[in-house]
Write a protein that binds this ligand. Structure first.
Ligand code: CA
Length: 494
């Protein structure tokens, strides 16, 4: 069965709904739709308590167990509810992908007075102040947890930099002068000179006490929660050397290779290649350029040349390393990286990741379940993408077979999967349009004599019968998609 990941959250998932209980309740359904991995959000205590999405980590050892930051539970529920969700997903043969956020910490317990130098926010290699003593928020000892699981204290020696001084809200980045000098750590890429620093208190991976603590935490987390795959947050800002050693350590301890997806957020394929090369097969990467192409295609409409949809993507250059997705919690409306694919193009984009053999796709929560939220004056309503359930059922059962592309017209493209000889119901064709009604002559071979196909999206009502060789003109409505299958398959994708 092909791998399919489900991102089971979005940025504005309401805390009242308790995501962990929701994931447990949906486990059976997700298994039925062929989901192999569920990606759950960061499970540890956020600096914003039970309002934090989880990317502003306060305490990695608090999975909703201790009264810290004004709450025992996290936004998603308690530790027991989390562990129950993982158990329920496992009972349905679904791997749990844990979100690993190790670039920074937020919400320090105390300030420290430390020697720092200010750097230019646009060129972090450029120092713009003399070394000076500043009060910075870098002391973490987690009084609410009281040393349970770990007595490690984080202080200025465990961080590379911070972004504001205690006494003002001045916008600035300070490099901490510590045992590892006054330079940032090595990272892949050269945005802003060096993009080690993202936000909060940036973790110092050159400190061996830090890497030892994070390896200890990784072991504790895997053993405690029983997770078996990772999504690594913000690797653009983290030394590749650290994650190589961290993954090698966990793979060695647990005698397995954890399936690992890293988030290197760049549209520039050259950085993705560079990161993959440095990591030497330890990780796969989200195909950010592909998401960007989907977004552009949805904005440009008929002016976008559909045969270019895979141009400069990982899917095109390194399909074995590509984790494909349409949208995520960072690209959804009102978020910082907002680049939400327009609704009319969502079926196109989802068909392009789910109904083809290359890449491992991620289905986004709101694309499947929909979502509704209010930010300031804006009320956002996100509708579920039509026919997504059917696409997942097709992926689950009918992806084997020879795949042929017909990417030969700027506004209408298609591909078909010829299916296998043994399965009468197999074989399907997909046609996408970004302009007018159209058709694609495709050869669906591998079956004897003429066969009749129906559009399972119901966008086209008429049936289509091939000639004796299995060739026909498969039609599509303007700015729409059609998925042509044999009637014998209909019962299997209900
Ligand atoms: Ca960093």
């Amino acid at each position: 069965m092909p791998l399919t990941i489900f991102q089971f959250f979005h940025w504005y998932f309401p805390k009242e709904k308790n995501l962990w209980n929701e994931a447990a309740a949906q486990a059976e359904h997700l298994q039925f739709t062929g989901i192999s991995h569920v990606w759950l959000p960061p499970a540890y205590k956020s600096s914003a308590g039970d309002n934090g999405v989880g990317y502003d980590v306060y305490d990695l050892f608090d999975l909703g167990e201790f009264d810290q930051k004004g709450t025992v539970r996290t936004k998603y529920g308690t530790k027991d509810e989390y562990l129950n969700a993982v158990t329920k997903l496992h009972e349905h043969n679904i791997s749990v992908m844990a979100d690993i956020v190790l670039n920074h910490k937020n919400g320090a317990d105390e300030f420290e007075t430390v020697k720092v130098i200010q750097v230019d926010t646009n060129d972090r290699n450029k120092v713009i102040s003399k070394p000076e003593d500043k009060q910075i928020s870098t002391k973490y000892y987690f009084p609410g947890r009281n040393k349970k699981y770990s007595d490690f204290v984080w202080d200025y020696k465990t961080f590379t930099g911070v972004d504001a001084c205690a006494e003002s809200n001045e916008k600035c980045i300070y490099k901490i002068v510590n045992d590892y000098g006054d330079l940032w750590d090595d990272v892949v890429g050269d945005e802003f000179g060096n993009f080690d620093y993202l936000l909060g208190a940036d973790i110092e991976f050159r400190n061996p006490a830090v890497t030892a603590e994070l390896e200890y935490w990784g072991k504790w987390y895997v053993e405690t929660a029983g997770i078996e795959s990772f999504r690594l947050d913000a690797v653009k800002h983290i030394s590749a050397k650290f994650y190589k050693e961290w993954l090698d350590c966990l793979n060695r301890v647990f005698k397995k290779k954890f399936f690992t997806v890293a988030e290197y957020w760049s549209q520039d394929i050259k950085y993705l290649h560079e990161y993959l090369d440095v990591m030497q097969g330890r990780v796969q990467l989200f195909d950010v350029p592909l998401h960007h192409n989907f977004f552009e295609a949805s904005k440009q409409g008929k002016d976008y040349k559909l045969p270019d949809i895979f141009k400069d993507t990982l899917l095109q250059s390194r399909p074995q390393s590509a984790i494909t997705f349409v949208d995520n919690h960072d690209t959804q409306p009102t978020q910082a990286l907002e680049s939400f694919v327009d609704f009319w193009f969502k079926p196109h984009a989802n068909a392009l990741i789910l109904l083809r053999q290359q890449g491992i796709p991620v289905v986004f929560y709101t694309d499947y379940y929909g979502g509704s939220y209010t930010v300031g004056e804006n009320t956002i309503e996100l509708a579920p993408v039509p026919n997504l359930y059917k696409m997942l059922k097709i992926r689950q059962q009918y992806l084997d077979g020879e795949q042929n592309d017909y990417f030969d017209h700027p506004n209408v493209i298609g591909w078909c999967n010829k299916g296998s000889g043994e399965n009468e119901a197999s074989g399907f064709g997909v046609v996408l349009s970004n302009n007018e009604d159209g058709f694609k002559e495709m050869h669906l071979g591998n079956h004897n004599g003429a066969k009749t196909f129906v559009d399972i999206t119901n966008n086209v009502q008429d049936k289509i019968t091939t000639n004796d060789e299995g060739t026909a003109l498969f039609t599509v409505k303007g700015r729409n998609i059609s998925i042509w299958m044999k009637e014998a398959a209909l019962e299997q994708i209900k």
